[in-house]
Write a protein that binds this ligand. Structure first.
Ligand code: ATP
Length: 409
């Protein structure tokens, strides 16, 4: 199993999914750069998530808050004091090391100019709570959702995309009446499991861990970690936390702003409680890659392929002319490609090497379908459609091709 990490890291580099950050300068620990295919994979995951948790619901509002925030935000949230890991230094003594990246805003080096690269996206949502209530007058329960970068100066970044210093998160802060917190917690617990399955992760490889008293973050009354069976062990993929009214209360007090909400049912002023489903995007990419990586034998030949669910696959189909040196085939293949690309932009064209090699290349990056234009195409406008997983081929009319990609809509 250890081996599978090496295979995925090497495939990711070779085929343009993920590169080491600043590679030509020897790298920068805890940073990775996503190549064209990794970017496409990541964008697909973000879009699917946004669709499921924001667009398809009426009660969750999207947000894109600044990464740099007033330092008082982090004092109120508890991060300035508490977001630390124990570090053993040269003398063997243990000290608390704060994991926030500190910077100065503007030319001043004074303490008053200190800011931090946010270590979580969550606080951007709490400090905009009042804005959303004032602009949209949402009824409880409602939530805010945000996708964006977060930064943690991890003491020991490791395991490829698992423990990074620059990472991306998809988070929701869902505000409820205190009496309803368990109901919403259960709702999101189910939605998180559903999501995991929808993106092609085998639910058998994910385990819910009830985080015991004493091990939860200071703001949480209940936390479930969704752990994944990585090759290096069973470790956190996502978290679901009941943050109580801790954050809104803390920000109301520190900013001297009324962050309460007039309950439309009781006409009482209340501070809503909060359920937080938190998804790490890079860990999602890693889990999806690990799940998809498959080695098998097809027609007596060994092959490696990524069994992505079609919705997350970076490229949905590849179009080939059967032979490179036949102008009629090339012309027809280019026409099919151009027309199809208008409907499905995530397709590619390949006329390099023999057809078997082209199939292998597409298998290795997880392209669900290959479309070959051959001599029969010139006679009756049908093409060969080949399925990645089974290697099976069928003849399909060009006019019926787009309906094969209905899963994208
Ligand atoms: P861990 O215990 O693994 O350090 P955490 O409990 O600190 O994680 P949270 O603060 O709950 O993590 O962050 C929410 C999500 O962000 C995690 O579930 C994970 O998916 C992701 N995440 C957190 N830290 C990192 C990191 N250093 N690199 C990549 N993803 C991360």
């Amino acid at each position: 199993m250890e081996n599978s990490m090496e295979k995925i890291i090497s495939l990711s580099k070779r085929r343009g999914f993920v590169y080491q950050g600043s590679e030509i300068y020897g790298g920068l620990a805890g940073t990775y750069d996503y190549g064209p295919l990794g970017t496409a994979l990541k964008n697909n995951l973000k879009d699917l998530w946004w669709r499921k948790f924001v667009l398809e619901r009426d009660d969750i509002y999207g947000l894109d808050a600044a990464i740099l925030m007033n330092q008082d935000v982090w004092k109120a949230s508890g991060h300035t004091k508490g977001f630390a890991d124990p570090l053993v230094d040269q003398s063997g003594k243990t000290r608390q090391f704060n994991m926030m990246f500190q910077t100065h805003v503007g030319a001043s080096e004074e303490d008053s100019a200190v800011s931090y690269l946010r270590p979580e996206t969550a606080q951007g949502m709490f400090v905009n709570f009042k804005n959303i209530v004032d602009s949209f007058h949402p009824k409880l329960p409602f939530g805010l959702a945000q996708v964006g970068k977060a930064f943690r100066n991890e003491i020991a970044p490791r395991d490829f995309l698992f423990r990074l210093r620059e990472l991306e998160q998809l988070e929701i802060e869902y505000f409820v009446r205190e009496k309803d917190w368990e109901k919403s917690f259960e709702e999101f617990r189910k939605l998180m499991s559903q999501w995991i399955e929808e993106i092609g992760i085998n639910p058998k490889h994910v385990h819910e861990l009830e985080v015991p008293d004493g091990e939860r973050a200071h703001y949480s009354k209940r936390t479930i970690d969704f752990e994944f069976d990585y090759p290096f062990g069973r470790k956190e993929l996502y978290g679901l936390a009941y943050r109580t009214d801790f954050d809104l209360k803390a920000h109301a007090l520190a900013s001297n702003t009324d962050l309460s909400y007039v309950d439309e049912e009781t006409k009482e002023k209340i501070v809503p409680h909060c359920i937080e489903p938190s998804f790490g995007l890079d860990r999602t990419v890693l889990a999806v890659l690990l799940e998809a990586y498959t080695e098998d034998e097809l027609a007596g030949e060994k092959r490696t392929f990524l069994r992505f669910s079609p919705a997350v696959a970076p490229i949905k189909a590849a179009v080939f002319p059967l032979l490179k040196n036949k102008p009629d085939l090339i012309k027809k293949a280019e026409t099919v490609y151009k027309n199809l690309k208008k409907e499905i932009p995530e397709i590619t064209f390949d006329d390099n090497g023999n057809i078997g090699k082209r199939y292998r290349r597409q298998d290795e990056i997880g392209t669900p379908y290959c479309i070959t234009i051959d001599f029969e195409t010139l006679e009756n406008d049908s093409v060969t459609l080949r399925d990645r997983d089974s290697g099976k081929q069928e003849r399909v009319k060009i006019s019926e091709l787009t309906s094969k990609f209905d899963f994208l809509r």
